[in-house]
Ligand binder design. Structure first.
Ligand code: NDP
Length: 364
């Protein structure tokens, strides 16, 4: 139905551990949250359920002594959010208006969603090298030998018993390379420096794996192949010697980190130079009162499922407090209420919405 307006107190964007935890808490608080997730899209790299949907064993999520598969864990999160009445909607939000409350969100299907609070849990997506041959088919070999997700694509027949390349030197690259050895004949990790960024335990696991070899001080300049065969090799540049070579391989897995999904909020919400949303430090409040952010979209440091779930819980409690007319800590250090009262960082005064300053003292 075109131009239908949906009204809510709480809208959550994103269905990873952060978004679904925010949904569980706000649903249990009888706030009837609407959770919007982007449809699955290989090109835009969106997967309802977030990055755990493309992970196999999750061994570090507390409460699962024997580990759990990523998609199974997310199915549990979702079932729990559904059980308390979370409503789900799968659509792209094309534009947001955060200039006043209620905030307006516009969908690709011409619907308008109006909400008193917004919890942003849109996560992060894999980064690409930006080299020739990397783009999606037909412009390059993306989907025909180039991938950013070993768990999704590694088991494909095209990669079985073949030589594969993983680009990057962080934990993701080590994890992807280790995973790919289940299927590949050999995996070469190509890293631009002579030292890995990955944690010691992940490095050692990769060094011990006989199917993994490292090519140091080397950048991938181009991915080569044919439309029929897909990827046949990578053009490598040794940055120490300047030597170039075409290295034969049947697949390239790019594992060079992630980028927060915040394009929708550019110019509206404060972000760091990479695009991570800035939050208070004392709460999940962004610079706009009533807009909260949780999970990988605001966390460039920890980026774990459990920390995402933890901040999802914080966002839910922050939204609840805000809707209950209680003050929420802002990035500026002051606290703000839904009525627009500002409590100064030293807690000594309240500035009313019409600009008057009154002492923050109890009458007793
Ligand atoms: P990181 O940012 O940690 O590492 C990215 C790697 O890619 C670096 O080695 C970097 O090189 C390289 N790189 C970046 N850009 C380019 C480029 N344009 N060309 C070539 N190489 C490039 O990202 P990760 O995704 O690996 O990890 C992110 C976070 O997630 C980390 O905190 C990590 O610990 C965590 N993680 C944990 C896992 C686990 O515990 N199981 C699994 C996966 C991730 P350089 O080193 O030179 O900067």
């Amino acid at each position: 139905m075109p131009n239908q307006t949906i009204k809510r107190d709480v809208v959550i964007l994103g269905s990873g551990p952060a978004g679904l935890t925010a949904a569980i808490y706000t649903a249990r608080a009888s706030l009837k949250p609407l959770l919007i997730d982007a449809p699955a899209d290989a090109e835009k790299q969106t997967t309802p359920g977030g990055q755990l949907m493309i992970t196999t064993d999750v061994e570090n999520y507390p409460g699962f002594g024997h580990g759990i598969q990523g998609p199974d864990l997310m199915a549990e999160f979702r079932a729990q959010a559904e059980r308390f009445g979370t409503e789900f909607m799968e659509t792209w939000i094309t534009e947001v208006d955060l200039s006043e409350r209620p905030f307006q969100l516009y969908t690709e299907t011409d619907q308008t969603i109006s909400t008193q609070t917004l919890i942003i849990a849109t996560g992060a997506s894999a980064k690409w090298l930006g080299i020739p041959g990397e783009a999606k088919v037909p412009a390059g070999f993306g989907g025909n030998g180039v991938s950013a997700c070993a768990t999704c694509d590694g088991p494909l027949p095209a990669f079985r018993n073949k030589t594969l390349v993983v680009v990057g030197g962080g934990d993701t690259a080590m994890e992807e390379a280790t995973f790919l050895t289940r299927y590949a004949a050999k995996v070469y990790v190509i890293h631009r420096r002579d030292k890995l960024r990955a944690s010691k335990i992940m490095q050692e696991k990769a060094f011990r794996n006989e199917k993994i070899e490292f090519i140091w001080n080397t950048t991938v300049e181009e991915i080569v192949g044919t439309p029929e065969e897909g990827v046949t090799g990578v053009r490598l540049l040794n940055t120490e010697t300047g030597e170039e070579q075409v290295f034969p391989c049947a697949g390239v897995f790019v594992a060079i980190g992630h980028k927060p999904n915040t394009d929708l909020f550019k110019g509206l919400l404060e972000m760091d130079e990479v695009g991570y949303l800035k939050t208070s430090g004392h709460s999940t409040a962004t610079n706009i009162p009533g807009v909260f952010a949780c999970g990988d979209v605001q966390d460039s440091v920890y980026r774990q499922a459990v920390t995402a779930a933890g901040t999802g819980c914080m966002s839910a409690i922050d939204a609840e407090r805000y809707l209950d007319h209680l003050p929420v800590a802002m990035p500026s250090g002051e606290e703000i209420t839904i009525e627009g009262e500002h409590i100064t960082p030293d807690h000594k005064a309240i500035i009313t919405p019409d600009g008057h300053m009154v002492p923050n003292e109890s009458e007793a």
